[in-house]
Design a protein around this ligand. Sequence first.
Ligand code: SF4
Length: 435
Amino acid sequence: MKIVLINPPNCGRSIPEEEFGITSLKMIFRGEPLALEVLAGNLPGHEVQIVDLKAEPDGLYALLAEEVCPDVVGFTSVTCEANTVIKLCEKIKGAYARPPIIVVGGHHASSDPGYFHRPVIDYVIVGLGKLTFRLLVDALVEGGGPPDIPGVLRVRPGGPLTPSLRKYSFEDLVDDQPPRYDLVRGHRDKYVMSGVGGRAGFVATAFGCTHCCSFCSIPSMTGGRYLGHSVEAIIRDIGMLADIPLIRFVDANTFGDPATAKLLAEKILQLGIEKKIVADVRADTVVANPELMRLWHEAGLAAVVIGFEEIDDVRLARMNKRSSLDKNIAALHILAEIGIRVIGDFIISPDYDHADFERLARFIDRSPIALPIPSILTPIPGTPLYKQLAAELEITDLDYYTFSNAVLPTRLAKKEFYALYSDLMKHLHQHLTKS
Ligand code: SF4
């Protein structure tokens, strides 16, 4: 089969820009489409192509100009890309006399599959798709009726799109099949982590999370389970990125299983792999495992991304973060002492007032955080936070779910809220140039 996997372009809209002329708050997502490379890795025997519209914005025209129509087109999408993906599906369906089968997966499909109940979409994949997409392709090759694969939903006109109960396990990782890094080789120079170390290659060490923060859509990808790749598979994938100096572990909680994380660091050291590594870690994991962080520093860990989210315990508890301000501060001290740089995520609640913005700026100024990244609290459909706040949403157009728009009512007038947010970003930029 000819299978084309498409990474949607950078999209999403900005209220600060559209309504108040503040142009500095638009989020741009960069990096290779690892989720699609992973899917492609489990499709041996098929002709697979990845079209990365973030790296190659005109890629769709080139695809539609090709003589041979694909048999299957697959999309991945996060929430702010969902509408764009639907428009692209319409374009593709309308472009061919015998249109391809269209499949949509990824974060938004997993947390809100019903959103893709559209006539132009044939299947929606919920959760990890490396195994289930392969099973779907096999079933399509065999022909016959729509297959009954847990996690693969057939879109039927007029009918409901009912997620089937699905169990996740290590089998879903198809550990022995590496990602098809070769399919995006032509764009390698565009995959960079500016501010951290230039050209970067992505490696997944695990999926899901050990926690369930109310705002986060990661747990829905694995039904709440935390599933790790084998040390051998991770070493294999790092080895495939031989000429890339910086490895970004893209899993949201790389050290969720400290025992395996220790084995991996030891293996990297034993093999003499010399890479700069960036990974996500929880603050409480750092506090509980300072020696592990020291070992990882030796193994190349240059920077970590930590979701600090808030600077007071009441708000942290509201998010079900299961950590505390004390632990966040303790983690910063441990990492500073070891020499690991910190990229810190913060979440600005719509009830922030002047004092809250000032307090956050002061906290960051006093903290050894190399790159602070504040975003606005956004209830992503399918998350516990969304269930809690859906009735209060002021904006439901998913184009605005970029984490830089207030989709909930703000305590301050909108203009004032965005002006303070913009001032904070400028202030942090100065912090960045000083550090
Ligand atoms: S925010 Fe981080 S710790 Fe919380 S559920 Fe998501 S990935 Fe896990």
